[in-house]
Design a protein around this ligand. Structure first.
Ligand code: SF4
Ligand code: F3S
Length: 104
């Protein structure tokens, strides 16, 4: 499946949800995740993310993020409509160590 990774945190642009044909994004306070059981690997979300936070799970070192996506997809509500990103989204884009900002 595809995986939402660290750079989504506090950027949360939400362009991804509009293009997913199976509506498999789930929304936390400051990032989204993909349900790996529902994702059909179509890949259309990957180029839509302005933060380049979405990756295929075939890329190396994504096991931790895949596990986080799977866990929170079970706990967070489904999201299918884009809303305004946070006002300071651009300030956080590309900042290292954003995992510390993760909020469930
Ligand atoms: Fe949805 Fe396709 Fe992205 Fe999977 S790869 S989350 S099915 S848009
Ligand atoms: Fe996050 Fe990118 Fe979607 S920043 S909310 S994965 S468009």
């Amino acid at each position: 499946s595809y995986v939402v990774t660290e750079n989504c945190i506090k950027c949360k642009y939400m362009d991804c949800v509009e293009v997913c044909p199976v509506d498999c994004f789930y929304e936390g306070e400051n990032m989204l995740v993909i349900n790996p059981d529902e994702c059909i690997d179509c890949g259309v979300c990957e180029p839509e993310c302005p933060a380049e936070a979405i990756k295929p799970d075939t890329e190396p070192d994504l096991d931790g993020w895949l596990a986080l996506n799977a866990q929170y997809a079970k706990e967070w509500p489904n999201v299918t409509m884009k809303r305004e990103p946070p006002a300071d989204a651009k300030d956080w884009d590309g900042i290292a160590g954003k995992k510390a900002q993760f909020s469930s």
